[in-house]
Write a protein that binds this ligand. Structure first.
Ligand code: UD1
Ligand code: MG
Length: 464
């Protein structure tokens, strides 16, 4: 039987170096809060019931960001260091036995394969009390340094602040990821003493403590040190964000998506895109957006939390938010699908058209300069340039319904609540305030007055 693994994620610190009112683990990289990335990785390793998150600063917000049923939380009332963070959970954690894997909430890039390697190494026979993850870093400033003995076992971790000049020259750094023999850890956890300089309880002191008790501690080196980047400042946040973006677009390209100038494109972790879709430069595809096959997302377009079927074209500089676009829809360039729209198969939304809570029927068209809010537009309706639904009377929002096959002339003002029947016509330039029955023509404008020769006479008068 496999040894069960309990994962503890430390996320109680404020992160002073971020210079923020927001707890560090709530900052976002790759479109998700840092803590969310770590939790998702942990969920691939072990069931939710074996995952614990240590919370302190903005505990409620962190809980909400985690939001996975089954995961439990440990309250660290005062942030007295990484050692104290783990021992705050002694009551719940100590009886669980097996392996204790400790992850830091500010290391979101870690891959599950790397953690599996760590668990494997910790499961070997012998006296080893645990394994930790290290990396050879070009610039390990800020990280704890790894002190090894002549056999290659890890004797201690020395924090940056406490390190001697010699120790500072060590390139091998502690990544803050440990897989420990749980019973041994809990047997000795009480021996961590407050650091003389900071007064904090350092988890890293456990390495020396376990060595003193006659156990060995091993290290697994991660191949790519970037994977274990810990975020302490906004500079590191930007770097990690860039790496997440790079990972995501690489994954998509290998799965058959064309991405032009991928270094300019932003795709959030939760996005899915089908084969043969083309993403143009500077597009941003965010949240839980799902895009089908053979679509095109234009340059500078922003698509968030939306669902696009196959063969959809979103033109350059178009914004699509919380909307559903069926097969073959064209939207943009320069269109704004503001919220909760449903655009049916083959419909066209052209430049400078704004939709809000609107349903466009099959093959309906609004090709230029329109505002359609709280509207139900039927199939094959043609909405002329400059059409405005007046959905707001200063106090309430009102709906507009336009029946299948209706034709709305350019520059029409449709004062809601309003119903236009199937196949009806609205003359260009009309202000429509009353219902238009099916197949009728509504003209709501002053009749044209024509004065023959008027201009000619005026010019003649001016010459005198
Ligand atoms: C820590 C390690 C260092 C390692 C580095 C890797 C210690 C003493 N040092 O330093 O060896 O190289 O990570 O990134 O462990 N936290 C709590 N409660 C606390 C303090 C911290 O939950 O009282 C959490 C933080 O929210 C954070 C994590 O622990 O997610 C790490 O804390 P941080 O202050 O960033 O430690 P580092 O100084 O980076
Ligand atoms: Mg850190």
């Amino acid at each position: 039987m496999k040894t069960p693994v309990t994962v503890v994620i430390l996320a109680a610190g404020l992160g002073t170096r971020m210079k923020s009112r927001k707890a560090k683990v709530l900052h976002q990289a790759g479109g998700r809060p840092l803590i969310r990335h770590v939790v998702d990785t942990a969920l691939e390793l072990t069931p939710a019931e074996r995952i614990f998150v240590v919370v302190g600063h903005q505990a409620e917000e962190v809980r909400r960001a985690v939001s996975t049923p089954g995961i439990r939380f440990i309250r660290q009332t005062e942030q007295k260091g990484t050692g104290d963070a783990v021992t705050s959970g002694r009551e719940e954690l100590a009886p669980l036995g097996g392996r204790l894997m400790i992850l830091y909430g500010d290391c979101p890039l870690l891959r599950v394969e790397t953690l599996r390697r760590l668990i494997e190494a910790a499961s070997g026979a012998g006296k080893s009390a645990g394994v930790l993850l290290t990396a050879q870093m070009k610039d390990p400033t800020g990280y704890g340094r790894i002190i090894r003995d002549s056999h290659g076992h890890v004797r201690a971790i020395v924090e940056q602040k406490a390190a001697t000049t010699e120790q500072l020259a060590i390139r091998e750094a502690n990544m803050g990821i440990y897989c420990l023999h749980a019973d041994l850890f809990w047997k000795h956890a009480g021996e961590i003493q407050p650091n003389p300089a900071s007064g904090e309880y350092y988890l890293t002191d456990m390495v020396e403590i376990l060595n003193r008790a006659g156990h060995t501690v091993e290290a697994v080196e991660v191949e790519d040190a970037r994977e274990a980047l810990g975020i302490n400042t906004r500079l590191e946040l930007a770097e990690v964000d860039r790496l997440f973006r790079g990972r995501k677009v690489t994954e998509l390209m290998l799965a058959g998506v064309t991405i032009e100038m991928p270094e300019t494109v932003t795709v959030d972790a939760g996005v899915r895109i089908g084969m043969d879709t083309i993403v143009e430069p500077f597009a941003r595809i965010l949240g839980n957006t799902v895009i089908g096959e053979n679509c095109r997302i234009g340059a500078g377009a922003i698509v968030s939390d939306s669902e696009l079927a196959d063969d959809v074209e979103v033109g350059p500089y178009t914004l699509v938010n919380t909307s559903r676009l069926e097969r073959g829809v064209h939207a943009g360039p320069f269109a704004r699908l503001r919220m909760e729209n449903h655009v049916s198969e083959g419909a066209h939304i052209g430049n400078f058209v704004e939709l809000k809570k609107t349903r466009m029927g099959v093959s309906a068209k609004a090709n230029h300069l329109a505002y359609l809010g709280d509207s139900q537009i039927g199939a094959s309706v043609n909405v002329g340039a400059g059409t405005i639904t007046c959905n707001y009377d200063g106090a309430h929002k009102h709906p507009t319904r336009i029946g299948d096959g209706a034709f709305v002339g350019s520059n029409s003002t449709l004062v809601a609540p309003l119903e236009i029947g199937e196949g009806a016509y609205v003359a260009a330039g009309s202000v429509i305030t009353d219902a238009v029955p099916a197949d009728a023509l509504a003209v709501g404008r002053a009749r044209q007055v024509l004065k023959e020769e008027w201009a000619k006479k005026r010019r003649a008068l001016q010459k005198k």
